[in-house]
Design a protein around this ligand. Sequence first.
Ligand code: CMP
Length: 131
Amino acid sequence: MEKTLVLIKPDAVERNIVGEILTFYEKQNLKITALKMLKATEDMAHLHYKIHEDKPFFKDLIAYITRSPLCALILEGDNAIEKVRKINGNTDPSKAEQNTIRGTFAVSKTENSVHASDSTETAQKEISIWF
Ligand code: CMP
């Protein structure tokens, strides 16, 4: 059984689509084992996105992720990390498949509705930031 960290990001919470997004995961047999709403602090955002600190979009990314509440959750299931990334779809909504969360809801490359961990090590680190 694998664990992964998901953030349902500000653009999605603002548009009242948290429930619809959770349904994508639950329908694929992933278990929600923790869930909370919070507004990310600058420190949390910097820790979470440290790997992107040299990217040109970093400042906009931090402003976006801290602007209003998000929903953090832990999902558990077989092959959860890869499964959730498939359900989320491509980072760039113009490249995301229609039946993915980003293909359905994402607004732009930055405002792309969801985040998920990309490895077991990252999942462990990200869970400790948000829970
Ligand atoms: P996420 O899965 O949370 O991981 C890093 C985030 O940076 C990504 O989703 C997007 O929100 C954002 N991002 C990645 N690439 C770009 C880009 N080229 N331009 C703007 N934002 C980006």
